[in-house]
Design a protein around this ligand. Sequence first.
Ligand code: FES
Length: 190
Amino acid sequence: MPRKKKTGTVASGTVFPVMKKAAPSPGRTAAREVIGKYGGRKRAVIQVLQDLQERFRWLSVETLEAVALELDVPLAHVYSVATFYKSFSLEPRGRHICTVCMGTACHVRGGTAVLEHFERRLGIPAGQTSPGGEVTLERVNCLGACALAPLAVVDGRYYGQMNESKANEVLKPILAGRDAPPASDKGPVD
Ligand code: FES
């Protein structure tokens, strides 16, 4: 008779497999490298998760397990950090990330029309990733640059006073399957 897999439960009710000292995996190797960069400090869990998310674009359960094992902290602790901060994604994300602000200032200055335009051009509703994993469209509540409203961020670059024609220009390289504007050119633009 097949043996039932042992599981553990965290406060949220999420059930994880009980961790074992597993064989090295790409996630485990990456976690070890990143943790080494921070001197193995248990308190560096946020930075470790940030670096791993940058590398993999999201945090899988396997990645969270690897961090817990390598830092020798409970998985529930790593999971609670990953779910507390909105910047962490526990779902796969696209190679390009488009974020449209729907905070009050952006909303009253046309944020809804901007978001709908992004949805139409990308062919996905907010909160989803395109089937091929090319792009993820997100909506957020205030990016802290309300003077630029309505605001959208594409691959880390801020675009203020966003409108449909500006969105068309910004999305052109993504829709053409090419790279987004250079990452070095980050920061608010109008
Ligand atoms: S409401 Fe959009 S940046 Fe603040």
